[in-house]
Design a binder for this molecule. Structure first.
Ligand SMILES: Cc1ncc(COP(=O)(O)O)c(C=O)c1O
Length: 399
């Protein structure tokens, strides 16, 4: 058999991810010597907080280097359960599985439920991996276009969502706070979504990985519903809140029976999350002062990015309330310059050394008029990067 005769699952992946643009930037830096300003990356720019690093080092020195339970270590499951119970409805340790990153948590959730032909409702725009994994499993992503308004931002468009639910619908995927738009959705909208989900008897996969990145307003978690066990698969992780992206630690919260099934799958795919990383994560729960400091730093950066973007003619931008992304509308600029958003991002890297992520990566229609910029970047670089972006757009707009 030819070695490049891949499976249907493997071939369903488009290969389009935010990482592609990092590769282009590296190449530009090497060949042109331009210092890259990177608005493309989805991670805090701070090192993992000291207590966490120390705890992981200690556990390594103590020889905690073997396999752990497929569920993750008991102390960490307990901590996660206690932490969530202190904020929301009660969660028990048996209702938690620790995974290698939130992406694996999402993968387990999809793998557990999706049969070929099953439909999964995904908002457009959304984190790219949801639709890719659904397709990989033979499922069908059904997109609900969010509505954009410069002053109010994006809204979930629940009437369209309701009209798309049918017998094949297995699941709705929610991400709040939202990548790539930076929205913290109106709690009333979230409540309505929860009601629709329950009424229509579908599952709600809720990815709340940005739950600490909130600059304005209040976030409604799906775990606030006392009936969450009946319909919720909750995903969160350590990557963003504690700047631990490379540690690969996430988790799922769901009814005990669901978690047991996930552990069976985990045991056959990756055995367990990394042992000493889990010990480090225990100390994350003593690091909320550091988290708070990071959030106020990011709030300042958000304000700077917003003010600078507002100065560019042709851009419409809503000030994000959450996550660490700004998602400005550049549709008119693209139309005038006769460029696709992908070409816009590529040219911006090539000519000005500024990395952004074209909105169509997220993953379909709506994003074609938007670019995503991360403000997890130093203040001076935000100013410099947006200045270069303005020069680039001015150049595009000059006949
Ligand atoms: C919405 C969302 N969910 C999940 C993830 C993946 O997180 P992890 O690095 O823990 O796998 C990301 C990372 O960018 C994300 O933006």
């Amino acid at each position: 058999m030819p070695v490049d005769d891949f499976s249907l699952s493997a071939n369903s992946i488009t290969g389009e991810s935010t990482l592609v643009y990092q590769d282009v930037a590296r190449q530009v830096q090497k060949t042109k010597g331009i210092r890259i300003i990177n608005f493309g990356i989805g991670q805090p720019d701070l090192p993992t907080f000291a207590k966490i690093r120390e705890a992981a080092k200690k556990s390594l020195d103590e020889g905690f280097t073997g396999y752990t339970s497929a569920y993750g270590i008991d102390e960490l499951r307990q901590k996660i359960a206690e932490h969530l119970s202190s904020k929301y409805e009660s969660v028990r340790k048996e209702e938690v599985i620790v995974t290698p990153g939130a992406k694996t948590a999402l993968y387990l959730a999809f793998l557990l439920y999706i049969n070929p032909g099953d439909e999964v409702i995904i908002f457009d725009p959304s984190f790219y991996s949801y639709a890719e994994v659904v397709k990989m499993l033979g499922g069908v992503p059904v997109y609900v276009k969010m509505k954009f308004n410069e002053s109010t931002g994006f809204s979930l468009n629940l009437s369209e969502l309701e009209s798309k639910i049918n017998k094949k619908t297995k699941m709705i995927v929610l991400n709040n706070p939202h990548n790539p738009t930076g929205m913290v959705f109106d709690p009333i909208e979230i409540e309505k979504l929860m009601e629709i989900t329950k009424e229509k008897k579908v599952l709600l996969l809720s990815d709340e990985i940005y739950d600490y990145f909130i600059y304005e307003g209040k976030m409604k978690s799906v775990l606030e519903d006392p009936d969450w066990r009946d319909y919720v698969i909750y995903v969160n992780g350590f990557s963003k809140t504690f700047s631990m992206t490379g540690w690969r630690l996430g988790y799922v919260v769901a009814k005990e029976k669901v978690i047991k099934k996930m552990a069976e799958i985990a045991a056959n795919i990756y055995t367990c999350p990394t042992s000493f990383a889990q010990k480090g994560a225990l100390a994350a729960f003593e690091s909320f002062d550091e988290v708070k400091e990071m959030i106020s730093l990011f709030k300042k950066r958000r304000d700077i990015m917003y003010e600078e973007l507002k100065k560019i003619k042709g851009i419409q931008v809503h000030k994000s309330q959450g996550a660490f992304y700004m998602f400005p509308f550049i549709g008119e600029i693209l139309k005038k310059a006769n460029l696709s958003v992908k070409d816009f991002s590529l040219k911006l890297i090539e000519e000005k050394g500024v990395t952004t992520i074209p909105g169509e990566v997220f993953p379909l229609e709506v994003g074609k008029d938007f670019v995503r910029l991360s403000f997890a970047v130093k203040e001076d670089d935000i100013r410099e990067g947006i200045k270069r972006m303005k020069e680039f757009i001015d150049m595009l707009m000059t006949p």
